[in-house]
Design a protein around this ligand. Structure first.
Ligand code: UVW
Length: 318
């Protein structure tokens, strides 16, 4: 049994946004993304450059996932072989042939939006809903309301790996909100209130280099919990945290040994929406080249009833 403190105790006096947008709210800090904020994002478009941020589902090199999940499995249902000699392909007037396929996928098995009801402690999910409402699928704070409203605003890339002069962050390597501010200053970028934060660590380079050994003593690089960091996210009214790691934060807090503290302090308590396992490499290379780290960000996860997450292909437009 771990002697790590319970999240209930660790976060006993932590900031909360429960009730801020009413007792029926299911999209949390995305409420900050008003029409004004969308137009603030649109104003960043100047060059017409488009970047898609999803990782390839079915990547022949393998796909990084949280331990216990599997990458999506795609199965071909019908293709040209159905019309080979002796095949049973359906005949259509005019000679139509076609391909169909299907996937079996963890909804959090690739680039994804987490629903606000994805994690909890103390029997309560986002906004105070009873955790029993997750049984059999999320009745409250599922990904569907996020998908319904969509996410659009001003995005800022914070290239922590580049800021640290590294190709990638190493296992267990941490950074804070002060590092984010310092990184932005070094890039010549101002983080504005209500910005969507995209953080590049290139940590998953290690997955592609190491294969299964990546999971030995699994501890991703990432943001690390402190009360000040949580207050910073609340004060800056950050709606959406987007990263290129599996969990958006250091897996295990080095001070307390608690797992995924920020999932709870930011997602459950503040309603900050998490987007994970993005591929930020092409966007980051372009930002380094033109010196512009801000853009219009837009993402629409899939509308899946009662789901705790959804695959997504976010876009950044400069
Ligand atoms: C867990 O919270 C377990 O996973 P994810 O990183 O997908 O949010």
């Amino acid at each position: 049994m771990s002697d790590a403190p319970a999240l209930t105790d660790l976060l006993a006096n932590a900031p909360s946004n429960w009730g801020k947008w009413g007792s029926a709210d299911e999209v949390g800090a995305l409420n900050y993304l008003t029409e004004t904020e969308v137009l603030r994002g649109v104003a960043e478009i100047g060059a017409g450059k488009v970047f898609t941020l999803q990782r390839l589902i079915g990547d022949p090199r393998g796909e990084p996932v949280w331990p216990g999940r599997r990458p999506a499995e795609r199965e071909q249902v019908i293709d040209e072989s159905a019309w080979d000699e002796g095949g049973d392909g359906p005949e259509f007037p005019g000679g139509l042939h076609y391909a169909d396929d299907k996937i079996e996928a963890f909804l959090q098995g690739s680039t994804q939006y987490d629903a606000l009801g994805h994690v909890w402690y103390d029997g309560r999910i986002w906004n105070g809903y009873d955790a029993r409402s997750t049984v059999g699928g999320l009745e409250k704070a599922s990904v569907a309301p996020i998908a319904e409203r969509g996410v659009a605003g001003r995005g800022v890339l914070l290239d922590i790996a580049r800021f640290r002069g590294k190709d990638h962050l190493d296992a267990g390597e941490t950074f804070t909100h002060e590092d984010l501010e310092a990184c932005a200053a070094a890039q010549g970028t101002a983080i504005e209130d209500r910005d969507i934060l995209l953080i590049r660590t290139n940590h998953l380079r290690l997955f592609f280099d190491q294969g299964d050994a990546f999971y030995d003593g699994f501890c991703e690089a990432g943001l690390v919990y402190s009360p000040e960091l949580v207050e910073w996210f609340q004060r800056r009214e950050i709606p959406n945290l987007v990263t290129d790691t599996i969990a958006n934060e250091v897996t295990t807090d080095p001070d307390t040994g608690v797992a995924l503290v920020l999932h709870n302090a930011l997602m459950r308590n503040l309603g900050v929406v998490f987007t994970e396992i993005c591929d930020l490499e092409k966007l980051a290379a372009d930002c380094a080249e033109d010196g512009k780290y801000t853009f219009f960000y837009a993402a629409a996860p899939l509308k899946i009833h009662r789901a705790s997450g959804s695959p997504v292909n976010p876009m950044a437009v400069k």
